[in-house]
Every structure is written in C-alpha cells, then in structure tokens.
Write a protein that binds this ligand. Structure first.
Ligand SMILES: [Zn+2]
Length: 253
C-alpha cells in the first residue's frame, strides 16, 4: 500500500510523492529543496523520479536530488532534458518495486512534443496536459494533437484520480463559467473549490468523471459552449473547431 502526497513547489506547482513509510518516488520535481525536506521529515528514501515533460518547472530539481539520491529518472528523452536515464515511450510499462506500482505509459503531445502520462489503476499523472477544469497551453504540435491527447485521458475510467502539476483549478473554473453558465456540476465545483482555497487547501486530485462534467476542454460538443463561442465569432462548430477556439480564447481570458 502507498499514499500519494502533494509537495507544493515554486509558485503553483505540485510535486507528487508516491510513498509508503520507507520509500518514495516523486513526479516532476521542479525544485529539490521541498522534496528533500519532505523526505527528511518523514524519514523516506527516494527510489526513482518520474518526469512527464521537459519544462524547467518539472525538471529543475532533478540534478540536485540525484546528487543526494543516485536514482533512475524515467521519462521521454529530449535534447533539452539531459536528466532521463531510462526512456519511456508509448505502450511501455514501468514496474516500480518500492512502492510497488505499475504504470502504463502513453504519449500525449500538444503541450510539448515529449509529454507522456503515467497511468495506473485509478491513478493518472498527466503533468501539464489536463488540469483541474482546464488544459495546458498548446506550445508545440497542433490543437488537434492536444485535443486527441485530452480525449485519450478522458477515456480512462471516471474514477481515475487526476494528479496534475499545477494549482490552476480556481482560475480555470472562472473561464469554464464564462463558457457554460447552466451546468449544475460546474456551479457545484466552483463552490467546493472556493471553500478549499479559502481554507488554503489543495483542489487536487480531481477525477476523470468530474473533469468530463465540468472541464470545457472535454465538453466541446455541449450546445451551450458552442453557442457561447458563436457569440465570440466561432464559425467552425466541429468538435476540433470548438476546442481550438476555446484554447485560443483561454489564452487571452
Ligand atoms: Zn509544461
């Protein structure tokens, strides 16, 4: 058995630690100091590092952590990510011994080309592709690639817990509400999120079911969202046309 704990880092990042009472694996350590403090406070040993993609706020702490713990770093290789020791690609399976957990690896380009997701039963580490009530920016690749990647994540079981890498939920919900006013699940999530943030609590993990019910980027066939976008000049009402317009609107929201 293991727990998954969020280690807050940088401005609004979460470094996820998968741990039992002796061993830990961390996902996307953008900073070393909060990870070392977490490990020391709990008397844990670091056994591996998982990396979803190469952005600095996800890999910035790896070199320092590996000075203390000479552990493997699992992820997709990229010229701007010198840290990967063990490359993972679409269809690979990663078996970790301590804690005992197995991940299926899928490639989810569209935020950046080298982005992968780590999927275990009921567990998804999706970095910067799917966020609470939102999705990552389309820095590399096409909107179609990002849309396809999100659709693959949305096809996971509804009970899958979504461990994304940033606390963006409240801001994303403001955009979601601008897209869709008459969605009871969305209004309920906004109230719950406001309560959590007022108490300075984390809004994650969410679930795939909650994202499908409230995240506009997974709801591109909803009539109210299409109508809202039409008021902003949308002409292409295909699912991809709606997704592309949503992503563009959110960039300036
Ligand atoms: Zn990123």
């Amino acid at each position: 058995m293991f727990d998954i704990t969020a280690i807050p880092a940088l401005k609004d990042n979460y470094i996820w630690a998968i741990h039992d009472d002796r061993h830990a694996v961390v996902v996307d350590p953008g900073e070393a100091a909060p990870v070392l403090a977490f490990l020391n406070a709990r008397g844990l040993q670091l056994d591996a590092i998982l990396c979803t993609h190469r952005h600095a706020d996800h890999i910035g702490g790896i070199a320092k952590l590996r000075e203390v713990y000479n552990v493997p770093v699992y992820g997709r290789r990229h010229p701007n990510n010198p840290h990967i020791t063990d490359e993972l690609r679409e269809g690979d399976r990663l078996k970790l011994a301590m804690p005992n957990i197995e991940f299926d690896i899928i490639e989810i380009p569209g935020h950046v080309d080298d982005h992968i997701a780590f999927i275990a039963p009921e567990i998804l580490f999706c970095g910067d592709v799917l966020f609470g009530a939102g999705c990552g920016r389309n820095f590399e690749g096409t909107p179609a690639q990002l849309h396809h990647s999100l659709q693959r994540l949305a096809s996971l079981p509804g009970t899958t817990r979504v461990y994304c890498a940033h606390e963006y939920t409240a801001a994303n919900l403001r955009f979601a509400l601008a897209c869709e006013q008459d969605n009871p699940a969305l209004n309920q999530r906004i109230a719950a999120t406001q309560q959590l943030r007022a108490a300075n609590q984390i809004t994650l993990p969410s679930t795939i079911a909650l994202e499908k019910a409230t995240n506009p980027f997974l709801r591109c066939t909803q009539q109210e969202i299409i109508r809202t976008l039409q008021q902003h000049g949308l002409t292409d009402t295909s699912e991809l046309g709606v997704f592309t317009a949503l992503r563009e609107w959110k960039n300036h929201f």
